[in-house]
Design a protein around this ligand. Structure first.
Ligand SMILES: NC(=O)c1ccc[n+]([C@@H]2O[C@H](COP(=O)([O-])OP(=O)(O)OC[C@H]3O[C@@H](n4cnc5c(N)ncnc54)[C@H](OP(=O)(O)O)[C@@H]3O)[C@@H](O)[C@H]2O)c1
Length: 269
């Protein structure tokens, strides 16, 4: 069966390095996650590859994302860097290749690297292309440049405490799926009384509630954990149906505090 779309719940692999990383990614695959998120900058492409080989699943059953680091944006550098990523992963192609960040301090125009991403797709190195940490202006400029080539996702920070609504609404209106990173706010949501109350009412964890909320908005989410019990319980978010009342309450929790905000990053919306 050919996979048409990106599974809504994925497993993040930031920090999942070495033997412990392979074990955690293997646990995620055993649990049922069929979407893995890695990046050239995470040093987890080899671990993802090892876990995939150990799982022995048909290639088309697992959606694998990697991200191109800005150091590989120079003309002629992006495609070979993705070839290297595929080699490290032990895969003929990835399912999604993202631009990890817009060029630091805007030091390169999008026209330097977006066409190279399209070239990677044309060469069959990736089935889909997308971006990460793109603002409304950068997203619109990219879409104009792509001239109809589909852009699958914009992967951005989003969780109940950092709702990122203006950007997320814009992505949705342009037909670009939002993928939420830090979707469980690093496991800190349990200190929020509203999250705790909603979780108790569903006999669930605050993390499951956050993930169910994000998926209810049509977003994808890619939580990670190094602990088998949490890897499994986070996956249980797929079984939770929030009420409209729950959703409205969670919508009210936004603190507007971005956790990932490098000084070389773009001017956020
Ligand atoms: N595109 C980008 O620029 C970007 C930036 C950041 C992240 N990402 C991607 O998004 C993924 C997720 O983001 P993230 O790893 O920063 O944050 P996250 O998934 O929101 O949080 C992960 C942390 O939460 C803890 N945790 C996991 N499940 C828990 C649970 N049920 N209860 C309590 N604590 C729990 C984990 O600790 P334990 O391991 O101890 O369980 C871990 O420290 C990354 O792995 C990466 O793939 C992308």
């Amino acid at each position: 069966m050919t996979m048409q779309a990106m599974p809504q719940l994925g497993f993040g692999t930031y920090g999942r390095t070495g033997e412990a990383g392979i074990e955690a990614i293997s646990c995620a695959l055993q649990t049922g996650y069929r979407h893995l998120d890695t990046a050239q900058d995470y040093d987890t492409e080899a671990e993802v590859g090892a876990a995939l080989r150990a799982a022995g699943l048909p290639r088309e059953d697992v959606f694998v994302t990697t991200k191109v680091r800005p150091a590989n944006f120079a003309p002629g550098a992006l495609v070979p860097s993705l070839e290297k990523s595929c080699e490290t992963l032990g895969l003929g192609h990835v399912d999604l290749a993202l631009i990890h960040w817009p060029a630091p301090n805007g030091e390169r125009p999008l026209s330097d690297y977006i066409p190279q991403l399209v070239e990677a797709k044309e060469r069959g190195l990736t089935r889909h292309i997308g971006v990460s940490n793109f603002t409304i202006a950068l997203l619109d400029e990219t879409l104009a440049m792509l001239d109809g080539v589909p852009l699958l996702t914009n992967q951005v920070e989003l969780n109940p405490w950092f709702r990122n609504r203006k950007l997320a609404d814009h992505c949705t209106s342009r037909g670009v799926t939002v993928t939420c990173y830090q979707p469980i706010a690093k496991g800190r949501l349990g200190s929020d009384p509203v999250m705790k109350e909603i979780a108790d009412a569903h006999d669930a964890t605050p993390e499951q509630i956050a993930l169910a909320f994000e998926m209810s908005r049509g977003y994808a989410a890619i939580p990670t954990s190094g602990k088998a019990e949490r890897i499994r319980s986070n996956f249980g978010a797929l079984d939770i149906r929030l009420t409209e009342g729950d959703i409205n309450r969670i919508e009210g929790l936004d603190r507007g505090q971005r956790a990932i905000d490098p000084d070389w990053g773009p001017d956020w919306d």
